[in-house]
Structure formats: C-alpha cells, structure tokens
Design a protein around this ligand. Structure first.
Ligand SMILES: C[S@@+](CC[C@H](N)C(=O)[O-])C[C@H]1O[C@@H](n2cnc3c(N)ncnc32)[C@H](O)[C@@H]1O
Length: 254
C-alpha cells in the first residue's frame, strides 16, 4: 500500500531534524513541496537542503506544487480556510495517485511540528473522508518554533505550577485571554499585536527566524522594547521579503 509520511523538520535549523525523521526520509521516493510564492522560496530551499544533507540514497524526487491562494471573496474566515483546505486536499489527492505507485512512499515536510498551527493533518483527514485515494500514513514529530524560541532565550515557558497559552496575533488582539494567562506564546502575528496591550509591564521574549542564520532575538519589558521590536521586524521583513516571528509574554519580571 502507498505510504505518506508527514514529517516535522524543525523551525529552520537543519540540525533540529530528528533521527526518526532522517530514517523515514531515507525510505521516501517523492517529496511533495508546497510552494507559497517567491518571497518564501527560502523555506522550500531549506527543505531541499535537508534532503540533500540527510538522504544517502539519491533516488528520491521533488514534486513542487503552487499553494492555492485563499479566496478573498469568501467573507467568513472559517469558511474561507475550509474551502482553501478542500482545494489543497484535491491537489494532494491527484498528486498521490499520479506520483506514487501502489507501493510508493511520499512525504510532506512540515515546518516545525505538524501539531502546531499547521493544516497538513486536517488535509489528510479530508483526503481520507473523500475516499478517492487509498494510502496509509505516519506522523513524525519535529521541534516547534516555540521550543526553538525558548531554547534560544534559555527560558522555561511556564512559571512554577503555571499554565501556558499558545495563541495567534489575531486572537491576542481580539480577546481578553491576556488577562487570564501568566504565560502567552504568540504565533502568526503579522500586526505587531503586542504593542497595543494595556499592560506594558509584561516581559516579552521575541525571536524572528529562530534557529536560522537570520535569527534576531530581543527580550525586555514590553513598554521599553515594543518600538524596537516593531522597527526591527519591519526592517527584517523588508530586506528578506518574509518574516516568521514568535514571542512569549510573561507577567513576572525578566
Ligand atoms: C503556520 S505556523 C507554523 C508553526 C510550526 N508548525 C511550528 O511547529 O512551529 C507559522 C508561525 O510559526 C512561527 N515560526 C515558525 N518558524 C519560526 C522561526 N524559525 N522563528 C520564529 N517563529 C517561527 C511564526 O509565528 C510563524 O508565523
């Protein structure tokens, strides 16, 4: 039977790829690469470098596919995302049946870990539900950007006995969550949502391109460094064409 590996590759440092991932990658015939456009081609390049570096058997191939755009005419956010996932599912359906033989092995290399703000497993569920192509699959965990951020700042994410909330910039801006949680990790924040928080005494541990050669780390009292982060972020984004940043907000002092 065809087999598909969903492999977490870490958040940008090729040395975060696990031994389990390397073993699986060495059995793969076809790597499916979803290309999100020119500005993020660094991310596709890193996946290729990982394969080059860790796969001994050079018989594998890459199949690159353009990631479909979300349809801006669908006003409801969940519907827009769902419709986008359906189109991605249709693409994978075709690729699996076209590119993998009955015993073929394919892989999708997921940034960080597939369990965190990544839709690949949702798409796999949709493929199974549609039932048009048969395959088995295995998920291989990777180092998340959250773990990479904590390691680079040399911090524990929670205070003793405290909880951690992981959320998005959109949620941080829209909810009161920030009043309840002692430690909030924020991902996918394109709008510098930290700068509008009422409590500027929070400590922020910010990191962009964590684990890569472009890495930038900043930490301090939010009120003191919010402007520096905003400017650093905007300059880095302009010069690299893309940015991925994550931060921890904490109530206790540095
Ligand atoms: C679509 S999510 C993918 C998360 C990924 N699955 C993970 O396990 O980290 C993309 C977000 O992850 C965060 N991110 C991913 N890689 C990062 C990195 N190297 N440095 C900082 N943040 C990163 C950013 O918040 C970015 O907006």
């Amino acid at each position: 039977m065809r087999k598909l590996y969903i492999i977490g590759i870490g958040a940008g440092n090729p040395e975060q790829v696990t031994v389990q991932a390397i073993k699986a990658m060495n059995t793969v015939d076809v790597f499916f690469l979803l290309n999100k456009g020119d500005d993020k081609s660094d991310l596709v390049q890193l996946r290729k470098e990982i394969c080059e570096r860790y796969i001994d058997r050079k018989t594998y191939r890459f199949v690159e596919i353009a990631d479909p755009e979300r349809d801006p005419s669908i006003s409801s956010y969940p519907h827009r995302v769902d419709e986008w996932h359906q189109r991605r599912a249709a693409i994978y359906e075709e690729l699996i049946s076209r590119e993998l033989g009955e015993e073929g092995r394919g892989a999708i290399l997921v940034w960080g870990d597939p369990s965190l703000y990544d839709s690949t497993l949702r798409i796999i569920d949709q493929l199974i539900e549609r039932g048009r192509v048969s395959f088995e699959y295995e998920v291989i965990p990777g180092i998340t950007s959250v773990q990479a951020l904590a390691a680079r700042h040399k911090i524990i994410l929670n205070g003793i006995g405290q909880s951690i909330c992981i959320t998005t910039g959109r949620n941080l801006a829209a909810t009161k969550l920030r009043d309840e949680a002692d430690n909030i990790v924020v991902m996918l924040d394109g709008n510098d949502s930290y700068k509008d928080l009422v409590d500027q005494d929070l400590t922020i541990y910010w990191g962009a391109y964590v684990g890569t050669e472009k890495e930038i780390l900043l930490a301090g009292r939010l009120g003191d460094i919010a402007d520096t982060i905003r400017m650093t972020r905007s300059e880095a984004r302009a010069s690299n064409g893309w940015i991925m940043d994550t931060y921890l907000l904490r109530k206790s002092a540095l």
